[in-house]
Design a protein around this ligand. Structure first.
Ligand code: IDP
Length: 140
């Protein structure tokens, strides 16, 4: 059994539609714990830094515009196998392919405005958590 931390964003499309509580309820009902959370409004530069891995993709400019188009909620989630469990709870990137019962199936508007982000591996989780939180803000 491995207790892991993963990084989550409730993206601007979901915050705008007042869905923070419903998404947090799905996270907590899945057994994951919220170890840190805050509402922020990213700058374009912060969004570009966060998604730097996608800088050569055709959707990079639109994606980073969207991520700074309104506030979002960044969180650290904790639990056994938190990274893969949260990816499963989120559902596929494109909501048309997301399974029933997932956050994206329930709430995502389209492949870009897909309501949530979750880290895809331990290394990215560590980098993404450190991008937005310092150690004192995380209470497991
Ligand atoms: P993930 O969020 O499911 O891990 P990634 O492939 O890492 O998916 O893409 C990061 C984000 O970029 C997606 O969540 C989505 O917001 C956006 N994105 C991915 N593919 C496309 C696309 O083809 N068009 C527009 N936006 C996209």
């Amino acid at each position: 059994m491995t207790t892991e931390r993963t990084f989550s964003i409730v993206k601007p499309d979901a915050v705008e539609r007042n869905l923070i509580g419903k998404i947090f309820a799905m996270i907590e009902d899945s057994g994951l714990r919220i170890a840190a959370t805050k509402k922020i409004h990213m700058t374009k530069a912060q969004a570009e830094g966060f998604y730097a891995v996608h800088k050569d993709r055709p959707f990079f400019n639109d994606l980073t515009d969207y991520m700074c188009s309104g506030p979002c909620v960044v969180s650290v989630l904790e639990g056994e196998n938190a990274i893969s469990r949260y990816r499963e709870l989120m559902g596929a990137t494109n909501p048309e392919n997301a399974a029933e019962g997932t956050i994206r199936k329930r709430f995502a508007k389209n492949i870009e405005a897909n309501s949530v982000h979750g880290s895809d591996a331990p290394e990215t989780a560590a980098t993404e958590i450190a991008y937005f939180f310092n150690q004192l803000e995380i209470v497991g």
